[in-house]
Design a protein around this ligand. Structure first.
Ligand SMILES: C[S@@+](CC[C@H](N)C(=O)[O-])C[C@H]1O[C@@H](n2cnc3c(N)ncnc32)[C@H](O)[C@@H]1O
Length: 212
């Protein structure tokens, strides 16, 4: 399927990293749509960590996830994702950020560049071989533009020897469409065959050497 927005593209990008995942993260649980996606796409034994600073979001999302039968799979954390290092010690196979605020809720309860930076720094240290991170950012409001400014400055500094970092923008869409940032860790997973991986970086992206 051709992805028509950043959220769909984020799911498509993460999917290959989820098939054998052992631990994944939804850094902004909100209504739980992304948490549900992570629950559905990962093996039963995989642990899903889900953060949100709003208790009401955690309560709503956890109820929804339980209704879908994944109640035991998710560890809910009512805290800033900047504290992820205090809560998650396992290597992470995938992590998602859907930035901004919850539609219909208080717009002041929005993500910030400072928390995002702390979380990304700790995440890069915890990312498993072949792990993937997505960040969906919104240029249609001022806090979102500040986050994009931060990401555009910070992400290019991720070492090319270990990460493939890219950006997807929908350039013919109106009303400030969301932007997707993707970070892929390029070491091989233990189960991956060396020859099968030759000539391809993460996500089948040609042109990036395998860091080995
Ligand atoms: C755009 S919504 C996320 C939507 C969600 N992924 C979904 O599928 O419904 C952004 C969420 O991030 C939460 N949030 C804002 N700042 C945060 C922070 N520093 N740490 C964790 N969550 C945060 C907000 O409360 C809000 O629920």
């Amino acid at each position: 399927m051709i992805p028509s927005n950043a959220l769909i593209a984020a799911h498509q990008y993460l999917a290959p990293a989820l098939q054998r995942a052992r631990c994944v993260l939804d850094a902004t649980a909100g209504n739980g749509n992304d948490t549900l996606f992570l629950c559905q796409q990962t093996p039963p034994e995989c642990r899903v960590f889900a953060f949100d600073i709003q208790l009401a979001a955690i309560q709503g999302a956890s109820g929804r996830i339980a209704q879908h039968g994944y109640g035991d799979k998710v560890c809910w954390i009512h805290d800033d994702h900047a504290t992820l290092a205090e809560h998650v010690t396992m290597p992470l196979d995938a992590a998602m950020f859907n930035l901004g605020y919850l539609p219909g809720q208080d717009h002041c309860l929005t993500t910030t560049p400072d928390s995002l930076e702390r979380a990304l720094k700790d995440l890069l240290e915890r990312l498993a071989p072949g792990g993937r991170i997505t960040v969906v950012a919104y240029p249609g409001h001022a806090p979102g533009r500040a986050e994009i400014e931060f990401l555009e400055e910070w992400l290019p500094q991720c070492p090319q020897s270990r990460f493939v970092v890219s950006r997807l923008t929908f350039i013919n869409q109106k009303n400030n469409p969301a932007i997707l940032y993707m970070i892929g860790e390029t070491r091989r997973k233990p189960h991956e065959n060396a020859s099968a991986n030759q000539g391809q970086g993460i996500g089948g992206t040609p042109g990036y050497p395998d860091a080995g």
